[in-house]
Design a protein around this ligand. Structure first.
Ligand SMILES: Nc1ncnc2c1ncn2[C@@H]1O[C@H](COP(=O)(O)OP(=O)(O)OP(=O)(O)O)[C@@H](O)[C@H]1O
Ligand SMILES: [Mg+2]
Length: 137
């Protein structure tokens, strides 16, 4: 288990950039953490670390966004998804992205589709700008 204790937004950026350096095509990263923990912030730095200059926002209305870089990143935010919609929207199609990296906010929404093979990070708010990021697997 790897863990980083972070004091500032800038530290989160550095951890995410360092983390992105080891990513390879086909990796899937689940980001666990409460609302406002810093999941989207982490994705933004990860995308920058992979060499994209795109601006990362919460894919509030689109559910999925893609960014180009050394590796393309597909960013899913499943917060608003109802369980019953998973089949309807054919989520498996979005999870099929062997050419790049997938990052998923609110991955619990996937239920049984969550794979043991995926990387799982949890972001906890400690106090103010402090966070604890734990690599669960
Ligand atoms: N060390 C830190 N790491 C990450 N975010 C931080 C940190 N310190 C402060 N913040 C602030 O916390 C907020 C995190 O918001 P962000 O949208 O990234 O959260 P989220 O986990 O994606 O939330 P949601 O579940 O609503 O999508 C931002 O306003 C960010 O500036
Ligand atoms: Mg978010």
């Amino acid at each position: 288990m790897t863990q980083w204790t972070i004091d500032s937004l800038e530290d989160t950026h550095q951890v995410a950039v360092a983390f992105s350096a080891d990513l390879k095509a086909g990796d899937v990263i689940c980001l666990f953490g409460e609302m406002g923990a810093g999941k989207t912030t982490f994705v933004s730095s990860l995308v920058a670390g992979l060499g994209s200059e795109d601006w990362v926002s919460s894919p509030t209305f689109s559910l999925v966004q893609e960014y180009q870089g050394r590796l393309p990143v597909r960013h899913l935010d499943l917060y608003r998804l109802q369980g019953s919609e998973l089949g309807l929207m054919d989520i498996d199609r979005y999870l099929d992205f062997p050419q790049g990296v997938i990052v998923i906010e609110w991955p619990d929404q996937l239920g049984q589709r969550l794979s043991d093979r995926w990387i799982k990070l949890s972001i906890e708010v400690l106090d103010g700008d402090c966070r604890r990021i734990t690599r669960l697997i």
